[in-house]
Design a protein around this ligand. Structure first.
Ligand SMILES: Cc1cc2nc3c(=O)[nH]c(=O)nc-3n(C[C@H](O)[C@H](O)[C@H](O)COP(=O)(O)OP(=O)(O)OC[C@H]3O[C@@H](n4cnc5c(N)ncnc54)[C@H](O)[C@@H]3O)c2cc1C
Length: 301
């Protein structure tokens, strides 16, 4: 079995950024990615300076092609299904779905997060008609009639206030949940309509929403909008390795991406299960890589 300085699980901007920095620092790296990045559902990514409007698969393709300049970085398009230590504080063994094992001294978790939607059928329209991040997609939806699909009052008010800046033609659908009197007054002040009926069905084709059918029988003819998902880390690697996790599900780290377990680092959205951006994730990967290289330097010099 080949021995790596660091195995990186996840080739989103966090893992790609870390691989580039560690590759350039002459470390022997194995990067694993299985193409389940959550932005794969969308046509275009915005707001990453020099790459505004790039397609997600193109972004990943450019990242991977840059890594080819560094023969000490190996890329594997494989899913990791298990992570363990050889012995306490020992090397890491990661196992792929096709039953191969790889060993490293350090491990970087950059596996991102995934969404849970209040109504599962939202997923069909996510990234084409329904979005979660106005910084990413608000510009393209500016001044259009928009839906806000959210269930909790705090999410509704947060989204309405934020998205009002891009369009003030908003219709809130709460899927059977009520707002407080105060919440209703806030919306009324800005002429924002709210419908509390349960959502029966979202109807459309090939990811494009045509209408929303409410349990009351009413049909809403809006085709674009924002949703408020909740998020989770799609694996228990950090937990299994004994990393401390706080009550909000965040992997506890020092400011430089080091977890509470020696030689385990975490970067990008998987650090705290809340959404950020390509740029913030890439910067986090860079930060983790510098920590990993600093630790290797100190330990080996
Ligand atoms: C619809 C949508 C639109 C968006 N638009 C924008 C935008 O316009 N601009 C912007 O800045 N941000 C946008 N984002 C947010 C952006 O995608 C994330 O902030 C960013 O991708 C997070 O980077 P990351 O590296 O932490 O995680 P990801 O990019 O999610 O990467 C994690 C990687 O880990 C891999 N992985 C996970 N588990 C395993 C495993 N067990 N084995 C192997 N590989 C694994 C996955 O394949 C994935 O590629 C959007 C998100 C969505 C959902």
């Amino acid at each position: 079995m080949s021995m790596y300085d660091c195995i990186i699980i996840g080739g989103g901007p966090a893992g790609l950024g870390a691989s580039l920095t560690l590759g350039r620092a002459r470390r022997k790296i194995a990067l694993f990615d299985d193409g389940t990045n959550r932005n794969r559902v969308t046509h275009e990514s915005h707001g990453f300076i020099t790459r505004d409007g790039i397609k997600p698969h193109e972004f990943k393709g450019i990242g991977l092609s840059e890594l080819k300049n560094y023969p000490n970085v190996s890329y594997f398009n494989k899913t990791i299904i298990e992570v363990r230590r050889e012995k306490e504080e020992g090397n890491f063994i990661v196992k792929t779905r096709d039953n191969n094992e790889y060993v490293s001294e350090k491990l970087l978790l950059a596996t991102g997060i995934q969404e849970v939607f209040p109504i599962e059928s939202i997923r069909k329209f996510y990234g084409k008609s329904l979005f979660s991040c106005p910084y990413c997609d608000g510009w393209e939806l500016r001044d259009k009639p928009l839906l806000i699909l959210a269930e909790k009052e705090e999410h509704i008010l947060h989204m309405v206030k934020l998205i009002y800046n891009w369009s003030n033609d908003l219709l809130v659908l709460t899927n059977g949940n009520d707002l407080s009197q105060e919440g209703m007054r806030e919306l009324a002040k800005h002429n924002i309509e709210i419908k509390n009926d349960r959502i029966e069905e979202l109807v459309g084709e090939e990811g494009y929403l045509k209408e929303v059918r409410l349990a009351s029988g009413e049909i809403i003819n809006r085709t674009l909008g924002f949703v408020a998902p909740t998020y989770y880390r799609p694996n228990y690697f950090a937990e299994k390795l004994g990393c401390e996790i706080d009550e909000k599900g965040r992997v506890m780290t020092d400011p430089r991406c080091r977890t509470t377990q020696k030689n385990v680092y975490v970067a990008g959205e998987s650090r705290k299960p809340i959404p950020s951006s390509l740029m913030i994730a890439a910067a986090d990967g860079n930060k983790a890589a510098v920590s990993i290289n600093t630790d290797l330097t100190e330990e080996r010099f």
